[in-house]
Design a protein around this ligand. Structure first.
Ligand SMILES: [Zn+2]
Length: 301
């Protein structure tokens, strides 16, 4: 039975080859492997094979302006055009106009009655401070709102110690620095093993990585390199650990890090990678709108 590991990566678009595009200048062997030995740029050829898809998908959603995370992620995780519902791109949090859609129509909400809530996992761990902050201000992110509304557990520090969750920065080094000097960081390879291990008893596992977007906003080449090289090590580990029935799905909500010449997001298409038996279900995806319906179809057919 097909299982999907969905690595959602914030702020990664497919832009032109340029000295400002770290995806074209850096040596990222696992990124390249996932694009058929090409860099992740607008020049790269689409790959459409039974077990491997690599293609650009639209993130502008038919609206003017720069795509933002709130509406982009809501669209990606529901299949509904959240930017159109709201009337414009909005972020980083989901606007109140879009929250009911995220609550009722997310990929978690759609899959729960079909395959069972216990078959769904959101692998990120959140520190206690996140819960205090969010409960005081009511500002859930798209992913946490989607998971929580569908009854999918939000993981915490204890889950990282138990080896069944991974921190947002993959290794827990940020966590150690900010919250807990005694917390033991893990390698990206270990993070990858944990993500794949979650597929042993789940059919759909989501992880969200947002440091790519942060690095894009910083316009700092060293920071972008550190983040992308860390992600490359995660990809290597996942490719090594994934089994024959596992589909690795990777996509983003909008461009950003592929143009360090600008502090803001871009209107570039974003990459969609699907890897593993059954990956070609994603070959018909053309925009953020198409991802959730394809996940649901693939896992319930
Ligand atoms: Zn951003």
């Amino acid at each position: 039975m097909t299982r999907i590991l969905f690595l959602f990566i914030d702020g990664v678009g497919l832009g032109p080859d340029s000295p400002e595009n770290p995806l074209s200048t850096l040596d990222l062997p696992s990124f390249r492997a996932l694009a058929g030995r090409q860099p992740w740029t607008s020049r790269s050829e689409t790959i459409d094979r039974p077990d491997h898809v690599f293609r650009p998908i639209d993130a502008t959603l038919g609206l003017e302006g720069l795509p933002q995370s709130g509406t982009g992620q809501a669209t990606l995780l529901t299949g509904e055009n959240a930017a159109r519902i709201h009337g414009r791109h909005f972020g980083p949090y989901p606007p109140t106009t879009v929250r009911p859609t995220v609550q009722d129509k997310s990929v978690f909400a759609q899959l729960a009655p079909l395959i069972g809530t216990d078959r769904l996992a959101f692998a990120n761990a959140y520190p206690e401070r996140f819960f205090q902050h969010v409960e005081a201000r009511g500002r859930w992110t798209v992913t946490t709102l989607a998971a929580r509304s569908a009854g999918v557990r939000l993981r915490r520090e204890a889950d990282v110690r138990d080896g069944i969750a991974i921190p947002a920065d993959l290794t827990g080094r940020t966590w150690q620095r900010l919250f807990d000097a005694d917390a033991e960081p893990i390698s990206e390879a270990e993070a990858a093993r944990r993500l794949v291990a979650l597929l042993d008893d789940h059919t759909f596992v989501l992880h969200e990585y947002y440091l790519t977007d942060k690095a894009g906003h910083s316009q700092d080449p060293a920071r972008a390199a550190s983040v992308l090289e860390s992600l490359d090590r995660l990809f290597a580990g996942v490719l090594e650990a994934a089994g024959p029935d596992d589909v690795l799905l990777i996509t983003s909500d909008h461009g950003n890090i592929e143009d360090l010449g600008t502090k803001s997001h871009t209107r570039h298409p974003v990459p969609l990678v699907a890897w593993g038996a059954g990956a070609d279900a994603f070959s018909s995806c053309r925009s953020l709108l198409d991802v959730t319906p394809t996940i649901v179809e693939l896992l319930t057919r």
